[in-house]
Design a protein around this ligand. Structure first.
Ligand code: GLN
Length: 563
């Protein structure tokens, strides 16, 4: 196994994940099989219990792992299906060591950070790296490891030490360290500053690791003399100093790296520089994608009604899935964020101006999306948005909570059950149309939801979603929820026109709803955003965007005719 370690310096939020994914992609385009590991040095066992407001979205994997959003970048860039083990946290490592200690595996010994924690980290990395994640058998050729946080953080110290030991044990031919750093400019026409990078490289070297390549983030391309300075003071050959300056969209990053021969430097370090592998990486697809994205002119207005507003990271995969679907339709997504509380009539969290502006934005949008979420903040506003979309025949797409919202709205306003609710928001509702799932836990929050890939069987071939999913009989999508539509009331809903066109294998769990009297009113209990890929948009997202631009029927007819 060859390892490429990506560390970060100076500040967080440099786009280390995108840089690491792009490095993986360039290597993959050289014909290598690539896997990836993200290390998060926090104590949480996984990202599942962390707020998307603070930490960005919780990404969900096929196996039900609730992981850092960077794993989403890896899956999308490298087209992988990762496992929960590919996200290592301090919590996971400590738990495994402490379990061993209680079992008596270290009997007689003092259990210490060095060597027990560091050994556990090394063993974990070496075993996870061999898990096949690209649909082929056997381990990949290269494992890209991204170390979260910045070098020098107290909490990442055991990881740095473990990685230092790993680099020594696997030998120099099998280890390449790329340090992502910032080259800031002070003032409007100031000089590009190399000192922060120098300091963070010095920190890294003091810990026993020397970078082979530097990936320098900057607003503008870095100048030759800046590069020379960095080379001299950071002990990195000038040819190995990569510049990752700001680009119009992230799909340019792999191209930027390829153009600077990053693959050449990395392969050389890894002793993989055979003529077959070193041939220019084939990135034609990505070149097209990046250029298409740059040249999009027509846009589609999407109202996104949620709890967190304007925080792309909190709904990162939904934003990406919208982009993938829009690109397939040659459209630029124009996402209008609406704080659900602003739609409510008398919300303590809003003002009359914000209320008016929110409604104006909603009315101007071509379609409405209510994404997943937890807790009752903004629920009233989301119900109003679903009601507006249903009554005005505006395409509506509800994901997870968004589907549950449309059920509550329908119960209240069509069935006339005024107090209908989810027991998540009102335990005493006389019409519990959304209820807690029996297998959940109310006392333990970590990893106790219905998680990961589950099968949905289409109940009829004659619905929009099954047709969008290429008339397949079933679909496997990823889940993350505690509540479900109450199966007791399905008869009443269906009689009134709301159809549950997708159910799980037992037939009791509602997975997809549609309103056939509406051009596109779709709710899904799963999260299709997690499996969307740049070239393979999620079918439901695609249907939503096609409906928003009046092209859905044409598309479905064309598909039926096989063209
Ligand atoms: N809060 C809802 C539930 O737990 C929806 C979850 C979600 O949107 N991911 O079922």
């Amino acid at each position: 196994m060859k390892y490429v370690l990506v560390t970060g310096g100076v500040v967080s939020g440099l786009g280390k994940g995108v840089t690491a994914s792009s490095i993986g992609l360039v290597l993959k385009a050289c014909g290598l099989r690539v896997t990836s590991i993200k290390i998060d040095p926090y104590l949480n066992m996984d990202a599942g219990t962390m707020s998307p407001f603070e930490h960005g979205e919780v990404f969900v994997l096929d196996d039900g792992g609730e992981v850092d959003l960077d794993l989403g970048n890896y899956e999308r860039f490298l087209d992988l299906t990762l496992t929960r083990e590919n996200n290592i946290t301090t919590g996971k490592i400590y738990q495994s060591v402490l379990e061993k200690e209680r079992r008596g595996d270290y009997l007689g010994k003092t259990v210490q950070v060095v060597p027990h924690i560091t050994d556990a980290i090394k063993n974990h990395i070496e075993s996870v790296a061999t898990i096949p994640v690209d649909g082929q058998e056997g381990p990949a050729d290269v494992c890209v490891i991204e170390l979260g946080g910045t070098v020098g953080d107290i909490e990442s110290m055991p990881f740095i030490e473990a990685l230092r030991q790993l680099s020594f044990s696997v030998g120099p031919d099998n280890f390449c360290l790329i340090h992502v750093s910032l080259v800031p400019v002070l003032g409007v026409v100031g000089e590009q500053k190399t000192k922060p990078t120098q300091h963070s490289v010095r920190e890294l070297r003091a810990l026993g690791l020397t970078p082979h390549l530097l990936a320098c983030r900057s607003a503008q391309p870095i100048l030759d003399n800046t590069k020379e300075k960095l080379s001299q003071f950071c002990h990195v050959p000038a040819g190995n100093i990569l510049n990752v300056h700001d680009v119009p969209n992230i799909w340019h990053v792999p191209l930027l790296l390829r153009n600077q021969n990053a693959h050449h430097s990395i392969l050389k370090q890894l002793n993989l520089l055979s003529p077959r592998i070193a041939a220019a990486p084939d990135l034609r697809d990505w070149t097209n994608l990046a250029a298409t994205h740059d040249n999009l002119t027509n846009s589609v207005k999407i109202a996104m009604v949620g709890k967190y507003v304007g925080l792309t990271d909190s709904y990162l995969s939904v934003v990406k899935a919208l982009l993938h679907a829009c690109i397939a339709c040659s459209l630029k997504p124009s996402i209008d964020w609406i704080a659900a509380t602003d739609l409510e009539d008398e919300s303590s969290k809003s003002t009359p101006e914000a209320h008016a502006a929110a409604w104006e934005t909603l009315r101007k949008a071509s379609c409405v999306l209510v994404p997943g979420g937890f807790g009752d903040r903004g629920v009233k506003g989301m119900i109003l948005a679903a009601n507006y979309a249903r009554e005005n025949k505006v395409p509506y797409f509800g994901i997870c909570l968004g589907m549950q919202i449309s059920v509550i709205e329908f119960a209240r306003n069509v069935l006339g059950w005024e107090k209908a609710n989810s027991t998540e928001f009102d335990d005493g509702t006389p019409n519990p149309v959304v209820i807690f799932m029996p297998e959940g836990s109310k006392t333990h929050m970590g990893s106790t939801m219905r998680l990961g890939s589950r099968r949905t069987l289409f109940q009829t071939p004659d619905c929009i979603t099954s047709r969008m999913y290429h008339n397949s009989k079933y679909v496997d999508e990823r889940h993350r929820h505690r509540y479900e539509v109450n199966p007791e009331f399905i008869g009443a809903f269906e009689e009134a026109g709301l159809k549950f066109v997708g159910k799980d294998e037992t037939g009791n769990r509602m997975e997809i709803l549609e309103l056939p009297s509406h051009p596109f009113y779709v709710g899904v209990q799963f999260h299709p955003e997690f499996k969307s890929r740049p070239r393979r948009p999620s079918p439901v997202f695609l249907g939503f965007i096609l409906a928003a631009t009046g092209q859905l029927n044409f598309y479905l007819e064309k598909q039926q005719n096989g063209s």
